[in-house]
Ligand binder design. Sequence first.
Ligand code: AP5
Length: 224
Amino acid sequence: MRLVLLGPPGAGKGTQARMLEKSTGAPQVASGDLLRAAVRNRSALGVEAKRYMDKGALVPDELVLKLIEQRLAQPDAAGGFILDGFPRTVAQAETLGAMLDEARRLEKVIAISVPDEEIVKRISGRRTCKNCGAMYHLIYDPPRNHNLCNNCNGELYQRDDDAEDTVRMRLEVYAAATRPLLDYYGRAGVLSEVDGIGRPEEIQRRILNALGPIAAPASKDKPA
Ligand code: AP5
């Protein structure tokens, strides 16, 4: 399955991508996670990217594209991928199109729609495990032990860019730079829009319905 998940910050792209990864075997490729890993490792790219991320602005294309190109070249992405948070501009979408040869072209783009008021609630309650990356919400999906991950007991933290002002900036950036992708992929005939309000499992069902047969798990025992 070769899929892009589009949507505003906090729409649930990461939550849905992880569920799809489990059911289909296609790896989640999240540009935000790749950038945050570069920031944690204090690489030159990470130091440069952090300046933009902290403000809620987009990281320059050349930095993001380098990370995505390297990630898509990994063996686990050869049979398919779930792009989460990339592309975010028409220029990135055009470069992605050029990066993927005919045999790997995108099959579907799912846009998850959620109103702004709900986004602010979701982002302000989000907590992430420092150790394994598992995600929680203080109200909608709270951890069993305060501030500790259910899976690995790691400490939960709030992302630096989840402060209210930065979230508002991220929403503005989404409207100006990323929403035009709805038209772009609509014209290409690969777009489906999915209502992002409801329990994560309900939204996953809507996404699977929109995906149809391309969401079938990749076979692990292909004939030689
Ligand atoms: P990125 O990490 O991609 O952030 P984002 O797009 O703003 O999306 P989020 O991760 O905030 O939200 P999400 O949609 O994944 O929602 P989630 O599932 O976590 O990007 C961060 C920054 O990196 C950008 O601002 C930019 O600077 C830079 N960047 C990244 N990609 C770039 C690119 N391509 N080009 C340039 N710059 C780039 O859910 C949110 C919360 O809601 C969680 O707590 C979750 O538990 C909860 N939740 C999820 N679903 C539901 C539900 N159905 N009901 C109730 N709660 C729910």
